[in-house]
Design a protein around this ligand. Structure first.
Ligand SMILES: [Cu+2]
Length: 163
C-alpha cells in the first residue's frame, strides 16, 4: 500500500515536470506570486501628462524619477521587439545620466535570467532589443542606475501576443 502511493507521487511529479518543460527553455519554477507589494508609485494626473507621445506599456514613479516603458511594435508580439524606457524628473526634464538594464521574464514560468543592457537613444530614452520566445504574460524590470543615487527597479507587466 505504501509502495503504491509513493509510486503514484513519483509519476505525478514526472508528469508535472514534463508539462512545464514542454515550454522550450523554461525551468520548472512556480509562478511568481501576484500579490507582491508594489515597488513603485502610480502617477498623478500632472505626472501622467509628462508621458512621451505614443502607446506605452505603463508609467511609474520612484521618488523623483518618472519612467515609461514602451515597445516597438507598440503591442509586443512573439519574436523581437525594441523596448524603450523613457526617464524624466518630476518637472518633465529628460534624465540622461542613467544606465538602464532590462530584466525580462514571463510571470507564470521562468525562462531563466535574461538581462539586456539598454543603449541611450534620444534624450531620456534608453533602448534595448529583446526576444519574446512565446506569447503570454511577461514582465520587464527596468533597473536604473545613476551616479550618486540608489538603484531603482521598476516592474512593468504586459501581455505578449501570438506572432
Ligand atoms: Cu514561457
Amino acid at each position: 500500500m505504501k509502495r503504491t502511493s509513493r509510486f503514484a507521487i513519483v509519476v505525478t511529479a514526472v508528469a508535472t515536470w514534463g508539462l512545464v518543460a514542454a515550454c522550450a527553455g523554461a525551468s520548472p519554477r512556480p509562478a511568481e506570486p501576484p500579490a507582491r507589494p508594489a515597488p513603485a508609485l502610480t502617477l498623478d494626473a500632472s505626472q501622467a501628462a509628462l508621458a512621451p507621445p505614443g502607446p506605452s506599456l505603463g508609467g511609474q514613479r520612484s521618488g523623483g524619477l518618472l519612467v515609461w516603458l514602451s515597445s516597438q511594435p507598440g503591442q509586443p508580439v512573439q519574436g523581437t521587439a525594441e523596448m524603450d524606457a523613457y526617464l524624466a524628473d518630476l518637472t518633465g526634464q529628460a534624465v540622461t545620466d542613467a544606465q538602464v538594464t532590462f530584466d525580462t521574464d514571463m510571470t507564470n514560468m521562468s525562462h531563466g535570467l535574461y538581462l539586456v543592457t539598454a543603449q541611450p537613444a534620444a534624450s531620456g530614452h534608453y533602448v534595448g532589443r529583446m526576444h519574446f520566445s512565446m506569447p503570454g504574460p511577461w514582465r520587464v524590470i527596468a533597473i536604473i542606475e545613476r551616479p550618486g543615487e540608489e538603484v531603482v527597479r521598476l516592474r512593468f507587466e504586459f501581455a505578449v501576443n501570438a506572432g
